[in-house]
Design a binder for this molecule. Structure first.
Ligand code: 5IU
Length: 271
């Protein structure tokens, strides 16, 4: 559809200053998906399996590399090599949800030190806004890695929702860092069309309409349409909504998230 093509290629993509978000938006448009898989599985081999199965349906794969039972540095290297190969093969990006929250000089070392060497393989990482702009400044010397600032978490009672202005302050610290910041994690609308910049909103805690309730540990879920149309998500982050099913059903469920997510995004952007 010509209107949608124009919207992505002439309006949205050129307005992004951050190389990673430009790339992500291109992938989303090409593959017709705004689904990010939260690859929360126990073993690194299972993470590779899910990446291989769902690669065609996702634009982004979100890792927690410290939870995959990687036993030594050589396994880490092997894991990230295979994951990168799959990302290239299926054309998706990788976001390590590390949630950095320290002073810049420490974050810089956390990004580069062994065994994980996050800066070498992640396209994006999450950071908390709590430390202030230093947490962004420390990315300036690093190439090929962008930042997603956590403005409002999905969990019950999270301070991003409770502390007035927290979300807005997270926005403010990104001023001057348009090249580094790909967007925000938020469970409610944080549309920040500052100057010429278009940031992406990533929203976790998303479920299909067959689901009600949380997970008993504070996670709160919203439906795909609510996440995108009411709460402003551009990219939906889904873990258990897919992974709680047996691996023979992963693809089918992911396709449903993909279809619903993409049609809601198109509806939102065309309005
Ligand atoms: N995640 C959240 N909420 C947040 C942030 C990250 O759920 O505010 I920041 C992560 C945690 C989990 C994934 O790895 O997103 C969501 O998983 P489920 O779809 O399984 O709830």
């Amino acid at each position: 559809n010509l209107k949608l093509d124009n919207l992505f290629k002439k309006k949205l993509i050129p307005r992004m200053t951050c190389t990673a978000s430009k790339k992500l938006l291109r992938i989303m448009y090409k593959k017709k998906t705004n689904l990010c898989l939260a690859a929360d599985l126990q073993n690194w081999t299972e993470v590779l399996e899910v990446a291989r199965t769902l690669g065609p349906h996702i634009c982004l794969l979100r890792t927690h590399i410290d939870t995959y039972n990687l036993e030594n540095y050589y396994q880490v290297v092997e894991f990230r090599k295979h994951l990168k190969d799959l990302a290239t093969k299926f054309d998706f990006m990788i976001m390590e949800d590390r949630k950095f929250a320290d002073i810049g000089s420490t974050v810089q070392r956390q990004l580069t030190s062994k065994p994980f060497e996050i800066a070498q393989w992640a396209d994006m990482v999450t950071v908390h806004g709590l430390p202030g702009p230093g947490v962004l400044q420390c990315f300036e010397g690093l190439e090929n890695i962008a930042v997603v600032v956590i403005a409002e978490m999905s969990s019950t009672g999270n301070l991003g929702r409770k502390v007035s202005d927290y979300k807005h302050e997270c926005l403010k610290i990104t001023d001057g860092y348009d090249k580094i910041v790909a967007g925000f994690v938020s469970h409610s609308k944080i549309r920040v069309d500052r100057k010429d910049t278009f940031f992406l909103q990533f929203t976790p805690g998303v479920a299909l309409n067959d689901y009600t309730g949380g997970d008993g540990l504070g996670q709160q879920y919203v439906y795909v349409d609510d996440a995108i149309l009411d709460r402003g998500a551009d990219v939906i982050i889904v873990g258990r909504g897919i992974l709680k099913h047996g691996n023979e059903n992963w693809r089918e469920v992911a396709e449903e998230f993909q279809r619903n997510g993409w049609s809601a995004l198109v509806q939102k952007l065309m309005n």
